[in-house]
Design a protein around this ligand. Structure first.
Ligand code: C2E
Ligand code: CA
Ligand code: CA
Length: 286
């Protein structure tokens, strides 16, 4: 089948995927380097296609964006992830938040912040439990509607994180105008951390983030070597296959329930960063 044929079939079938209950979410933990505990769970969308099997979001999200189906799908993701978070809180699991990926097309909807507000109200979930991951493109394409939505969300108490940081040209100009809560270093820099230029990029992003008072996460951590480097450089959170693949909700929550101290990263952290330096930085970040 040609790429065009595949894309057309995806386009056609995606229309029914939501109705026919073929979409579901997996959750991948983000680990706090200082405590070794789960700080957040990122919701990642999956499509179980009746004939094609599991389809990666890399293949269907761009189609959903092109056809605008990302609007109802994105709303379903938000509601499902928030419901899941509420269920976990009701089970007595706390100390972490839920992260949801949001497309620029959703943020371009004038009522997007209201949609989020209504979902949180309906589920009775406090906004502090929700983080939205946006890409740099969102800031670069920032138009009045996007900026207004982001301001409203921040006012509500929802956290905004820039995903895949470092992959777009540069959103510094926009970061000057709009403050976010955190940066996520793209996995392409982490996977090739042995290469000096990537080390330099990772160092620079961590430094920049901390100077701006932001939380810095590294995604795509697969090896101990990568983890050691990131911890040594003072990265705040880590995420990747080294800790866990994206998992169904009941498996993901087991990590929190066990109070899992992920590979004793906290003890590693105190060895590497002298206490004085760490507390100084945290004081500055307030
Ligand atoms: P992302 O938000 O940057 O998510 C990280 C991707 O890296 C995920 O792929 C995750 O499974 C994968 N990953 C995590 N740890 C590792 C690791 O250690 N090594 C490697 N090689 N990969 C790792 P996934 O789930 O296939 O998602 C791909 C992309 O699709 C996401 O990238 C995100 O941009 C998009 N996406 C997923 N779910 C949603 C959603 O609900 N809404 C929107 N708008 N986009 C979504
Ligand atoms: Ca993400
Ligand atoms: Ca990412």
């Amino acid at each position: 089948m040609s790429e065009v044929e595949f894309a057309n079939e995806i386009k056609r079938d995606l229309r029914l995927a939501l109705e026919k209950d073929q979409l579901f979410l997996c959750y991948q933990p983000l680990i706090d380097v200082r405590t070794g505990k789960v700080a957040s769970m990122e919701a990642l969308l999956r499509w179980q296609h009746p004939k094609k099997g599991m389809i990666s979001p890399i293949h269907f999200i761009p189609v959903a964006e092109e056809t605008r189906q990302i609007i109802p799908i994105g709303e379903w993701v938000l509601r499902t992830a928030c419901r899941q978070m509420k269920e976990w809180l009701n089970m007595g699991c706390s100390g972490f938040s839920i992260s949801v990926n949001v497309s620029v097309h959703q943020l371009q909807q004038p009522d997007f912040a209201k949609v989020v507000f209504d979902i949180l109200n309906e589920i009775e979930l406090e906004p502090r439990y929700l983080e939205l991951e946006i890409t740099e493109t969102v800031l670069i394409e920032a138009m009045d509607t996007v900026v207004r939505n982001l301001y409203r969300l921040k006012e509500m108490g929802v956290k905004i994180i820039i995903d895949d940081f470092g992959t777009e040209n540069s959103s510094f100009r926009y970061m000057q105008k709009f403050t976010v809560d955190g940066l996520k270093i793209d996995k392409s820099f982490v996977s090739e951390i042995k290469v000096d230029v990537n080390k330099a990029i990772v160092d620079a992003i961590i430094l920049l983030g901390h100077r701006m008072g932001l939380d810095v996460t590294a995604e795509g951590v697969e090896t101990r070597e990568q983890l050691d480097y990131l911890v040594e450089r003072g990265c705040d959170k880590v995420q990747g296959y080294y800790f866990s693949k994206p998992l169904p909700p009941d498996e993901a929550i087991r990590m929190v329930q066990k109070g899992y101290q992920m590979f004793h990263v906290s003890s590693l952290c105190s060895q590497v960063l002298p206490r004085g330096r760490r507390s100084e930085r945290h004081k500055r970040r307030g």
